[in-house]
Design a protein around this ligand. Structure first.
Ligand code: GLN
Length: 499
């Protein structure tokens, strides 16, 4: 069934609609693939074969009954374990939620089901989405299919590894500071962070609520757009959800022309300190866009230099508040409740055992930044920086249609290399964080392999809020031109399934 696995999600959806493949066959092929390779990759935390097959058979039955199916009906998807699922555990890769099975579906989960997508299982991640390598999972270390000694990115590293290892054609992720774009970049995939409020946070376990954004992973631009469209759009259950139509991302992905488009290169995100091969591929891609008729302009967004510092005050502050709900009373783990201890003692023992070191570091940083006497100096200043970043974006978008940069300063780094050095780990998000702070649309598309290590490089495209379609349009142009020139990039990965 490797022929089913080699199809794009769009092709597989079409094959299912036309009756050439059943969803059950496709789902079985992917479940078998997971069984044969996930021991090496560790992308999944939970796989429920029977649950997945039931969903697949339901789609096949709908087709048999003559129902009109949507573009992704019957297509399997890997789902980040940060989204609640009423038929599978949800842990956010934390011990504190071990064994929890939610009583309800997240909006993203519900919309996957409505679109007929088949949820294969839940993917590994950094605990509560805090990290850039998936090494902060309390359960397992996920490996990059391009080189299994390297990280798959994070925090959505289980999702990126699953798609890159052809264990799923599509996956969901969440991006608070880069957790979709960075893993997509280092695994050679397309990953998009929709406009903040463009995809629902309802039932997504909260990390930093003013930044958290669900988004898609795929092996190509059109598939990412189809998944984006399937689960995005207004949700009255999320108070920051935008009541506007989903931007026409699928049409943009099909169009993919950049003639006359003004493309701004952010000088602050094109630093001498970046890996030379990353910069080389980035600049070659700029030339390619120019040859396709785009106008390349260099411009400066000076406040972006303070984005990382502001993020590491705002995100931990929000997390310290959000994670207060894990109090040992309502969900998951409870330690030391033997009738002799007070509720406070049980809570303290549970949190001490249930949270990993990075989560504790964030809670402490955030609690400190929000404490009286420090609030203005830390949290207050960070919010001011956030306003400046928004203004830099606004000013830039008066002169250009999109902004671009490398997605990450380096390619995938070796497992363990940055595990003991939080600052080095945080630097992985240098280029992705400004879009989260401003809330605009942003996407990463592969732009080749770095010459020095043969690993994928990501090209980041940023557009104004609700102009997500522009990021897809540019990405599709890059993808098409690079594929014509160099062939299919992902086919060079050791875990690729040949077409
Ligand atoms: N790596 C960043 C962090 O650790 C971003 C995480 C994310 O986007 N969820 O906070």
């Amino acid at each position: 069934m490797s022929d089913v696995i080699s199809l794009t999600a769009a092709e597989l959806g079409e094959a299912i609609r036309e009756g050439r493949v059943t969803s059950e066959e496709a789902t079985t092929a992917y479940l078998d693939r997971i069984e044969s390779v996930d021991g090496e990759i560790n992308a999944f935390l939970h796989v429920r074969r029977e649950t997945a097959l039931e969903q697949a058979r339901a789609v096949d039955a709908r087709r048999a009954a003559g129902e009109e199916l949507g573009p992704l009906a019957g297509v399997p998807v890997a789902h980040k374990d940060v989204f609640t699922t009423k038929d599978m555990p949800t842990t956010a890769a934390s011990k504190i939620l071990e064994g929890w099975q939610p009583p309800y579906d997240a909006t993203v989960t519900a919309r996957l089901r409505e679109a007929g997508l088949v949820i294969l299982g839940k993917t590994n991640m950094d605990e509560f989405a805090m990290g850039s390598s998936t090494e902060n999972s309390a359960y397992k270390v996920t490996r990059n299919p391009w080189d299994t000694d390297r990280i798959p990115g994070g925090s959505s590293g289980g999702s990126s590894a699953a798609v890159a290892a052809f264990e799923a054609p599509l996956a969901t992720g969440t991006d608070t500071g880069g957790s979709i774009r960075q893993p997509a970049a280092v695994c050679g995939l397309v990953g998009a962070k929709p406009t903040y409020g463009g995809s629902s946070r309802y039932g997504m376990i909260a990390f930093a609520s003013s930044l958290d954004t669900p988004g898609p992973f795929a092996r190509n631009v059109l598939d990412a757009a189809l998944l984006h469209e399937a689960f995005s759009g207004h949700d009255p259950r999320d108070s920051t959800s935008i009541d506007a139509p989903v931007p026409p991302v699928v049409d943009a992905a099909r169009l993919g022309d950049v003639e006359g488009l003004r493309v701004g290169v952010v000088s602050e995100l094109d630093s001498d300190g970046f890996q030379p091969g990353v910069r080389q591929r980035f600049h070659e891609t700029l030339e390619l866009l120019e040859s396709l008729g785009a106008k390349i302009v260099e411009l400066s967004c000076p406040s972006f230099d303070a984005a990382l510092s502001a993020y590491y005050l705002i995100a931990p502050s929000e997390c310290s508040s959000n994670l207060a709900r894990f109090d040992a009373m309502r969900y998951g783990l409870r330690v030391g409740d033997d009738g002799t201890r007070s509720a406070e003692e049980v809570m303290s023992l549970t949190r001490a055992q249930g949270f990993g070191p990075e989560v504790k570091r964030r809670i402490m940083l955030g609690t400190y930044a929000l404490s009286s006497g420090y609030y203005d100096a830390y949290y207050g200043s960070a919010q001011q920086v956030r306003t400046l970043i928004k203004r830099d974006f606004d000013a830039a978008f008066e002169n250009v249609d999109v902004l671009v940069s490398p997605t990450t300063p380096t390619t995938a780094f070796p497992i363990g290399e940055r595990a003991e050095d939080p600052m080095a780990m945080y630097l992985a998000d240098l280029c992705t964080i400004p879009s989260n702070l401003a809330g605009n649309a942003s996407l990463s598309v592969p732009c080749g392999l770095a010459p020095e290590d043969g690993l994928p490089v990501g090209f980041q495209i940023m557009a104004p809020p609700l102009a997500d379609d522009r990021t897809y349009r540019v990405a599709a142009a890059v993808e098409r031109a690079l594929t014509e020139r160099d062939g299919d990039l992902l086919a060079r990965s050791p875990y690729a399934v040949a077409r």
